[in-house]
Design a protein around this ligand. Structure first.
Ligand SMILES: [Zn+2]
Length: 170
């Protein structure tokens, strides 16, 4: 069992989901033992990241109505009741949506895709292809990379401390 301090997940729609400062273990077989608390954090981060990525696609307030439909429009489009939409977690989970000014909006593109295929999600970020990069012949796991970065920054801040002491001595 290897302890880890940062949970990292590569989501095919949202890209990298990072949850810092959590403790969990990875088995030799690769299985992660993640607590319910961490799952809750992943869920929250997924929602936060989704909103962030959807907001990036909006260039103005007018774009909201161009890119999104309201609950009322969705009811008409799907031909089911508002209550049925509220109860059906698959709809909210599979159609990209965002809450703006206290109202939930559904991405039109995602609604159309949902109607065609039953899943309205699509990649909102360019898929990373680390294997294609010749600069990284040895592929470190993201968690390992973060550990190395942390070690380096700790070292740097340590050096900085010594330098500060030296300069104040003069
Ligand atoms: Zn195992």
């Amino acid at each position: 069992m290897t302890p880890r301090n940062t949970y990292i997940e590569h989501d095919k729609y949202l890209g990298t989901i990072t949850i810092p400062n959590v403790k969990y273990f990875v088995c030799r077989c690769g299985e992660e033992s993640v607590s319910g608390e961490i799952l809750q954090k992943i869920d929250e981060e997924y929602k936060r990241l989704l909103s962030e990525l959807l907001l990036k696609r909006l260039s103005s307030i007018d774009d909201i109505n161009r890119q999104y439909m309201t609950n009322r429009e969705l009811v008409a489009k799907l031909g089911i009741t508002r209550q049925a939409i509220a109860k059906n977690f698959l709809i909210k989970g599979r159609i990209f949506n965002i809450v703006l000014f206290g109202q939930r909006y559904y991405l039109r593109e995602s609604v159309e895709l949902f109607l065609r295929t039953g899943d309205g999600r699509f990649p909102l970020v360019n898929e990373q292809k680390p294997n294609m990069s010749p600069k990284t012949p040895v592929l470190l796991s993201a968690a390992q990379s973060i550990e190395i970065i942390n070690e380096q920054s700790n070292k740097n801040s340590g050096n900085l401390g010594i330098n500060t002491q030296k300069s104040t001595a003069f």
